[in-house]
Write a protein that binds this ligand. Structure first.
Ligand code: FES
Length: 326
């Protein structure tokens, strides 16, 4: 059985247990978020011992060399002895000042932060409330268009982080950012390529950034944006996207849902199933670049559908929102 030492103290660890789960079970208050290797909030540093493969996804080469790893994804080998540190102090967290907090939809908050950070629209950052609580959010802003970082946060009343943002966070407060991470962003080089962007709920956030970045970079090919929701009352940024569509002849935006109210009918809102509508409108996707953002089941199903319609897997970029209480 593996031997684990945390800040010098032995911690029992089961044969198929992650280091994070072993520490939490033993009563340590270790920060974590997604438990899926995406947000990096559970990062620890190994002092000695051999780390298993696949416990450093997405970390920079320098962090890897320094022995940093994601404890939620670290399952030590049976014969390993690992000494790990509690606080990765050398991992840089950038302070960010809250500039705006506004409800932009029924359950959707817009948070705008000012921070010295370089990013690509569509990447994500881990936002730390304090040393223990963090969540990851995709970036909806484009640095050349607005000075603040913008996030769209689904407000879950019982969610520890999102409810704190909704009820307690104030303009002028300071948060800390880690990242950016993720590869779901626009790159120039094929300006005539048709783009399909599809998302559910706050999956619109990265797509909104990607869309505006593509237009900023003079993308001339057709751009199709599909936003899905269970009900039309959950949509947000409708007017902004209408304006964008009327300003660019190569942009088409559709809001798709099973149920539309009387005032939400018409060409802009399409009743129906988002998978079927995309299938009908794009039977051949061999030439397309595709961006998919939202819940895991949505991204997985639509990615397969796009692949079956001929899309190159390298041309399908995804931002999967992980299912944990926010
Ligand atoms: S909790 Fe480990 S990467 Fe998010």
């Amino acid at each position: 059985m593996a031997k684990l030492f945390f800040d010098g103290k032995a911690v029992p660890i089961g044969p198929s247990e992650s280091i994070l789960d072993a520490l939490l079970r033993d009563g340590y208050n270790v920060p974590y978020g997604c438990k899926s290797g995406a947000c990096q909030s559970c990062m620890l540093q190994a002092q000695s011992g051999e780390l298993p493969a696949n416990c450093q996804p997405g970390l920079s080469d320098s962090l890897k060399q320094l022995g940093y790893f994601l404890s939620c994804s670290c399952y030590p080998k049976a014969d390993a002895t690992l000494q790990v540190h509690s606080s990765p102090d050398s991992v840089q967290k950038v302070p960010a000042v809250v500039k705006e907090k506004t409800f932009i939809g029924k359950n959707t908050l817009r948070l705008r932060l000012r921070a010295a950070i370089n990013y690509q629209p569509g990447q994500y950052l881990t936002v730390w409330k304090d040393a223990k609580l963090a969540r990851s959010y995709s970036i909806a802003s484009v640095a050349s268009l607005q000075p603040e970082l913008e996030f769209h946060i689904k407000h879950i009343p019982q969610g520890e982080f999102s409810n704190w943002v909704a009820t307690a966070l104030q303009t002028g407060d300071t948060l800390y950012l880690q990242g950016p991470m993720g590869t779901c962003f626009y790159t120039s080089g094929k300006p005539e390529q048709p783009l399909v962007l599809a998302g559910i709920g706050t999956g619109l956030a990265p797509l909104y950034g990607i869309l505006r970045e593509a237009l900023e970079q003079q993308h001339s090919g057709e751009v199709f944006l599909y936003v899905g929701a269970k009900s039309s009352e959950n949509f947000y940024y409708v007017e902004k996207l209408k304006q964008l569509e009327s300003s660019y002849s190569n942009v088409q935006v559709k809001f798709i849902c099973q149920h539309t109210t009387a005032d939400h009918s018409g060409d802009y809102y399409v009743p129906g199933d988002i998978y079927e509508i995309i299938k009908q409108r794009h039977p051949d996707m061999k030439q397309h670049k595709i961006f998919l953002c939202g819940a895991e089941s949505f991204v997985r199903k639509l990615k397969k559908q796009c692949f079956l319609a001929g899309a190159n897997m390298n041309e399908i970029l995804v931002d999967t929102f992980l299912a944990f209480k926010s």
